[in-house]
Unconditional design. Structure first.
Length: 291
């Protein structure tokens, strides 16, 4: 029976079958070639897009777009004030933004101790401000009015809008500074800068010494030096000391006031100068009571 089946297949049938198989084999590479071509085109398009985007962000955006400014570290000075001060610099594009000029303009603000300006790609400018930290405060006359002014450890006078400085008992009030008028940004002479540096050192101690003192008054002397008068908050007795304000001086003051309070009730002044302790009553000065 199998012989009869194979006997029906003719030569023409075999030839047609071979042609069919050949055509089928030819179609497979064509499909593969189309997929490869599509992948190549896709890669080319993506590379072109990336190149255009890179060109956009490296040349067009920095060269044509204005700088996007971000300000950090400012507390007493507003961001708006900072932007107004560098308005001339900010009128230019990011690529032409002059960081050195911006630093120079902002450095003129008395309450700013230091400032850094950094450009970050593609269009940002970061302004980092470090404001002065007040270690003392004083009151000066400006246009006939009393104005509260802060002083940093370097002896620089500046006005700060932060109202908490006025009520902060850890920041002592220093009066008697020989200044005729207020100029924001004025730097005290070196001898008074030493006092501010000592106040700064005492302020960081765990004991809040200045919370017990309402005022530190400077008494200039004829030969260029000066002495200090301390006014304790819980006492009517004022304390005279030399210009070398130290932690030991304040400890000595506290102990002396406690002793004097127990011995005499009408003492108006205690003198800690010259390595000895004496006190003054309302009418006369007593003898030295300690060495």
């Amino acid at each position: 029976m199998s012989d009869s089946v194979y006997s029906n297949i003719t030569f023409e049938d075999l030839e047609d079958f071979n042609k069919y198989m050949n055509r089928r084999e030819e179609k497979v590479p064509v499909k593969k070639d189309k997929k490869v071509l599509f992948l190549k085109l896709f890669v080319i398009v993506m590379v072109a897009v990336l190149l255009v985007e890179a060109l956009l962000y490296t040349t067009i955006v920095p060269g044509l777009s204005p700088a996007k400014i971000e300000v950090f570290g400012n507390e007493s000075i507003s961001t708006r004030s900072v932007m107004e001060l560098i308005a001339d610099v900010n009128n230019q594009t990011w690529a032409k933004f002059d960081t050195a000029e911006a630093v120079q303009k902002l450095s003129y603000i008395p309450c700013i101790e230091s400032v850094s300006v950094e450009k970050t790609f593609p269009d940002k400018v970061l302004i980092n401000i470090t404001e002065r930290t007040p270690v003392a405060k004083t009151v000066l006359i400006e246009d006939g009015k009393s104005v509260s002014v802060q002083i940093d450890k370097n002896g620089v006078l500046f006005k700060q809008s932060n109202s908490t400085v006025l009520s902060d008992s850890s920041i002592p009030l220093v009066t008697g500074i020989p200044l005729e008028s207020l100029q924001d940004g004025t730097r005290l002479s070196s001898k008074y800068r030493i006092l501010m540096d000592r106040i700064a050192d005492i302020s960081v101690l765990p004991q809040n010494y200045f919370a017990a003192i309402s005022e530190i008054k400077i008494l200039p002397k004829d030969y260029g030096n000066y002495e200090l008068v301390l006014y304790p908050i819980n006492s009517r007795v004022r304390v005279l000391t030399d210009s070398l304000l130290t932690r030991e001086t304040l400890d000595y003051m506290i102990v002396t006031l406690d002793v004097v309070k127990k011995v005499e009730y009408d003492v108006s002044e205690v003198d800690l100068r010259y390595g000895s302790v004496s006190y003054r009553k309302k009418q006369f000065l007593t003898d030295t009571i300690a060495e």
